[in-house]
Design a protein around this ligand. Sequence first.
Ligand SMILES: Cc1cc2nc3c(=O)[nH]c(=O)nc-3n(C[C@H](O)[C@H](O)[C@H](O)COP(=O)(O)OP(=O)(O)OC[C@H]3O[C@@H](n4cnc5c(N)ncnc54)[C@H](O)[C@@H]3O)c2cc1C
Length: 415
Amino acid sequence: MKKKIVVVGGGFAGLQLIHNLKNDVFDILLIDQLNHHQFQPLFYQVATSQIEPSSISFPFRKIFQKRKDVRIRLAEVISVDPLSKSLHTSIGDFVFDYLVIATGCKTNFYDNEELRKNAYSLKTTHQAIQIRNAIIETFEKILYVEEQEKESLFNIVIVGGGPTGVELSGAFAEIKRDVLPKDYPRIDFSRLQIILLEGSSHTLNSMSAMAQQASMRYLEGLGVILKTGVIVQSYDGKVVKLNSGEVIKSKNVIWAAGVTGNVLTGISEDLITCSNRYKVDRINRLKGHESIFAIGDIAYMETPDYPSGHPQVANVAIHQGKNLAKNIMALQFNKKLTDYEYRDLGSMATVGTNKAIVDLPFMKFKGYFAWYIWMFLHLMLILSVRNKLIIFINWAVNYFTKNSSLRLILKEEGK
Ligand SMILES: Cc1cc2nc3c(=O)[nH]c(=O)nc-3n(C[C@H](O)[C@H](O)[C@H](O)COP(=O)(O)OP(=O)(O)OC[C@H]3O[C@@H](n4cnc5c(N)ncnc54)[C@H](O)[C@@H]3O)c2cc1C
């Protein structure tokens, strides 16, 4: 009988694992709480009405239509029982021979319940649509509310100066300049403030000094109000309080200041790090568990080159998925196992049109050329030719007309 592999999570890591497991060797079950894969790097473009959510979302059933050895279940995995090798989910229990946890991360509000309730986050396509709805509704409201209510609507606050915060702030600044005044000619957009708050002294902390300086200059050039060295202490849905004593009135606060792993209960706390990642060995196996693996953002692997774990980025997730597939095949056929080794291909971020930064291990550059590279590589990573084309057409329309037609409020009636 074929061995049962259960994969929890169809993100970058889970998908690559399944794609790289040879057809018809195992009985594979993919369980995800969503029915589709999400391309997270472009969430910010959905939130700012530049592309459609469907072009960065890919149904699992379509992806695996030709794989008869892959079954799919739409369910939330709640807990694991390593002894009986079973999983408890929202639709019932499943047994496994091998379990691969690829559940990624969620937004970290650092136990601040008030923040979690009142701020927006950007970890799912649904949340990107929520931000898009809220921002467009804000301008509809500005047209009719009393003057004293307007200040909090005119301030859009983004917390966290990593790639997500920088990309969002730049995109908001561009639609403020190029797009929104066409839709709302009666609104004075000089009053609209895009405020980016960052705790350290720089944006893009994980990138080079050149990238940090360039991103700050680009943001300032676009009119983003950048406040570094500030920590948000509270946000009650109306006012952001900073550690400096400053308060900012805002109805729209987007929290992009950290992530924490989606851990499953049932696995010993000793195997979970402080950032909620599973400690794994060099083949992504949970320490002390022969048949349980973790890959991608949820995995924490120490290596001589990365003594504090790998960065939580798509490249690591993709290659850990591929490497584990190779190792599971090797286990099956009694072959030699291969340790995972991260090849840092560099990183990049974009702040706006013609404004991107590329950090390669051997060179660093910014501007037009970096922006073209950024677009090209993101298009290459998008699944399906149709989606690549749709995104490319949307980008071209935005570039030449600065007037896309995607500014839709789509939500449940009455909400
Ligand atoms: C806004 C944003 C922008 C980013 N930009 C970049 C970028 O430009 N470049 C880059 O390299 N990286 C970027 N990243 C990081 C990158 O997206 C992640 O590193 C990558 O998605 C990790 O892949 P993964 O497979 O580990 O997890 P994910 O892609 O997060 O997938 C996890 C899957 O598990 C499912 N899941 C979770 N819990 C459960 C459960 N209990 N039961 C069932 N299913 C579950 C989820 O629904 C999801 O489908 C960005 C992330 C975000 C949020």
